[in-house]
Ligand binder design. Structure first.
Ligand code: 5GP
Ligand code: MN
Length: 334
């Protein structure tokens, strides 16, 4: 982060302020972990922070400290709009373009207060007054840890802040197995463990909370998997009908895409999930090695993300979407 930006932000934070902290729509562990970590940090600096999520966060994150204070824009537009209009600083975390907040974008676009973006996705937009964006980091959680260090306030990191940061780091790094995991990641986590987080317990809370329905849905997803060895590609589909059959709840499809990559020789994995209420097919891409799914998602499926993990959407039917995908992969080198 630029020195002059740090100084400017230190000045902004010198007196207590009303501060909104925004994750992306359909927030994941890193989005919720980093926003709530910043929330607890700003509280300790005597500010009045509020986390406003564009829509509901998944149940497997509901144990995060102070998650009960999070406002949900799409459930309470009037109140959230009022809070945003009264806010004096806006932090946007874990996303690179305002459209990633869905409908909330229109309210955010009209605000004139300073905005601070902290994010690790490629090609950040220029909406923020101060931008701390670096794709070298595997999670926004690591960057919030750095941000607190830049402000010279590391001693304020307590168990709550550390727990939220660890959640962001462990979820976005695939439990420290993705290539974005560095020695710095482990050094930060070592620090968080020294502060007193219960890392094993957090891991349990995040990952050992399957419902029977979720496992059945996973079973169906794996049975639906198609493998194209010649294109080093596999993909999974889940229709709305199948989601309904297994009483889908938010978060149930989290991580399923990764199974495709565990097949020997597969370098590109995708999952296509039908969302009938929004009339879209939501897509996740994962890759191994140099195949850039951020570029792929941007070019073909209205999305983006990182080199090895990205997402997007299709406005075509499932059948047409799959046809389009198969046609593209048959023409490129993966
Ligand atoms: P996931 O597949 O887990 O939803 O997302 C993987 C990565 O891609 C995440 O970092 C996420 O923020 C990003 N991503 C997911 N969907 C979209 C999208 O529609 N647009 C953009 N720009 N990024 C996305
Ligand atoms: Mn992230």
């Amino acid at each position: 982060m630029k020195k002059e930006d740090i100084l400017a932000i230190q000045q902004l934070l010198a007196a207590p302020k009303k501060i909104a902290i925004i994750p992306h729509r359909s927030p994941d562990g890193d989005a919720m972990g980093s926003t709530l970590a910043l929330y607890h940090f700003l509280l300790k600096l005597n500010h009045q922070p509020t986390v406003i999520s564009p829509n509901e966060f998944p149940n497997f994150l509901a144990w995060l400290p102070s998650s009960e204070t999070v406002l949900i824009y799409e459930n309470d537009r009037a109140n959230c709009t009022k809070v945003l209009q009264e806010t004096e600083i806006v932090f946007t975390l874990d996303f690179n373009a305002l459209h990633r907040t869905g409908e909330m974008e229109h309210v955010l676009n009209k605000l004139t207060v300073p905005m601070i973006m902290i994010d690790h996705h490629q090609k950040p937009d220029t909406f923020a007054t101060y931008t701390y964006s670096d794709t070298i980091y595997g999670s926004t959680g690591e960057m919030i840890y750095n941000f607190i260090s830049f402000l010279d306030k590391k001693e304020l990191i307590d168990k709550n802040i550390a727990t939220c940061l660890y959640t962001g780091i462990v979820t976005d790094s695939g439990s420290f197995r993705f290539p974005s995991t560095t020695s710095t990641t482990h050094r930060i986590v070592a620090d968080l463990i020294d502060i007193g987080i219960e890392n094993s317990e957090i891991h349990n809370l995040l990952f050992d909370n399957n419902s029977y329905n979720r496992l059945q849905l996973l079973g169906r997803a794996l049975q639906n998997m198609k493998v194209f060895s010649e294109y080093k590609t596999s993909y999974i589909t889940l229709s709305q009908k199948e989601l309904d059959e297994f009483h889908y709840e938010k978060g149930d499809t989290e991580g399923i895409v990764n199974y495709g990559l565990t097949i020997k020789g597969i370098h590109l994995a995708a999952i296509f999930i039908e969302h009938r209420d929004e009339n879209i097919i939501k897509i996740s891409f994962r890759s191994q090695g140099s195949f850039d799914v951020n570029q792929f998602a941007r070019e073909h499926f209205n999305g983006g993300g990182h080199i090895n993990a990205a997402g997007g959407k299709s406005y075509l039917s499932m059948k047409e979407t799959i046809h389009k995908f198969e046609k593209i992969i048959s023409k490129i080198t993966i």
